[in-house]
Design a protein around this ligand. Structure first.
Ligand code: AMP
Ligand code: MG
Length: 427
């Protein structure tokens, strides 16, 4: 063992909260940039915006039918049809420029501007006009009364020019992007997306899809961690697989020190003879924190290196190689960092519910456990959490079957069936 690893082996076990607070204290939201809407999905808005437009820009029809004067159709019914003269059509994008005078109507299509003089729409179903007919009828029999304003979407009933549209800090989900477009914005000022480089370490790893030699397994962590980083709003760059050799890992890390904000390494972070990641971090920068009281995932290294060709530092995460450990430690530590860099105020960004355990569980004392569970129910009967499969940290199938993580406190080493647990919903 080298000195870094030796010293680290005796590092105290940090609590999850302390470790996460120390990590978060190191980061602030990334600088802002202006981007087109089509690349803004998932970004966080850096400045509040007002609507540049009023929408609808004019009163328009909510139905296909006939624009009328409500006074004209008052008292109309199946047995008292009222006949109006049809003087034209208002279609979306092709409005009617005349005036609806007493005794007349204009055929109108959904979204089309209300013609002057008309103040209500009679749906086509309440007339004798055939639906969707191309030729304009000369007259129309109205068989239902409509009050003023019926089926009319009022000007400005959605957006008003100069009024707040989206607040700074909003995550740009599909609907937020659509409303920005509707409000006249073609681009938005957002925080830059964090750049995450991902390196797998282990002599036993083969790229996914390649034939496996004896002693080899697929590198599933690069796939899982890349997806987690993307889901947390990051751009990713895979650095491939490095052998368990110090200079190989160092060389691979160095390739990302110019581009990345964060480098995530999986495997090789414990105290085994081939665990070189902490030494690699020490060689390119420093190991600032190691070993956290969580289960799975106790061996976890956090450090930093000077950015090459720029200001500031690149954060380094060494996550344990077991696939469930790498997933859970990413969720607990890397995701909040990426969310803060992305500009989120809520760095955790997960819902919690209280659920009832459907079976007894046990875990290591002194560490906060995150059990892979399936959460069911949620209606009047409340939530139930059942183990999604084996809880060893190599059991990826249980993680894939889980939709939530149930938290068991440091102070408990077991919980009985029926106990209340705090559960993090993953999806
Ligand atoms: P380590 O943290 O390097 O001691 O690895 C712990 C366990 O995780 C070993 O069984 C490794 O084979 C496995 N492992 C490490 N890296 C990966 C990876 N990228 N994909 C899948 N399994 C891995
Ligand atoms: Mg290894």
């Amino acid at each position: 063992m080298t000195s870094t690893t030796e010293r680290a082996a005796h590092a105290p076990l940090l609590s999850l909260d302390d470790a996460r607070a120390q990590m978060l204290a190191r980061v602030a939201p990334l600088p802002v940039e202006t981007v087109a809407l089509d690349v803004a999905l998932g970004r966080v808005l850096a400045e509040s915006i007002d609507s540049l437009l009023t929408l609808p820009p004019w009163d328009n029809s909510a139905m296909d039918g006939f624009a009328v004067r409500a006074d004209d159709v008052e008292g109309a019914g199946d047995h008292h049809p009222i006949v109006l003269r049809v003087i034209g059509e208002s279609a979306a994008g092709r409005s009617f420029s005349g005036e609806v005078e007493a005794g007349t109507a204009v055929r109108i299509l959904t979204g089309a501007p209300m013609p002057n003089g008309a103040d209500a729409v009679v749906p086509v179903e309440d007339t004798d006009a055939p639906m969707g007919a191309a030729a304009l009828p000369e007259t129309v029999r109205i068989t239902a009364s409509r009050p003023p304003g019926a089926h009319v979407r009022r000007v400005g009933s959605d957006l008003r020019e100069g009024y707040p549209l989206l607040a700074a800090g909003t995550e740009l989900a599909p609907a937020a992007l659509a409303v920005a477009a509707a409000g006249g914005h073609a681009q938005l000022t957002v925080h830059r997306a964090p750049r995450v480089a991902i390196l797998a370490t282990g002599d036993e790893l083969a790229p996914v899809g390649q034939p496996l030699a004896i002693d080899q397994i697929p590198d599933s962590n690069t796939v899982g961690l890349s997806a987690q980083a993307r889901e947390s709003g990051a751009e990713i760059r895979p650095l491939g697989i490095a052998n368990d050799e110090l200079d190989v890992v160092v060389a691979r890390l160095q390739t990302a020190l110019e581009w990345a904000d964060v480098i995530v390494v999986s495997g090789g972070v414990s105290v085994g003879a081939h665990d070189v990641v902490k030494d690699a971090f020490a060689e390119i920068g420093s190991v600032d924190l190691w070993r956290v009281a969580v289960q799975p995932g106790k061996p976890l290294a956090f450090g930093s290196a000077k950015r090459v060709g720029g200001e500031g530092e690149v954060l380094l995460f060494g996550l344990p190689g077991n696939p469930v450990s790498s997933f859970v430690t990413f969720e607990l530590f890397v995701r909040p960092i990426l969310r803060r860099l992305s500009g989120h105020a809520d760095v955790i960004g997960r819902d919690h519910v209280t659920a009832i355990l459907s079976e007894p569980v046990s875990k290591s004392p002194g560490r906060r456990a995150f059990l892979r569970v399936h959460l069911d129910g949620g209606d009047d009967s409340g939530w139930t959490a059942s183990l999604a499969g084996g809880q060893d940290s190599h059991v990826l199938s249980a993680l894939a079957a889980a939709n939530a993580l149930a938290i068991v406190s440091e102070d408990d080493d077991s919980l009985p069936v029926g106990a209340n647990v705090d559960v993090i919903r993953l999806r």
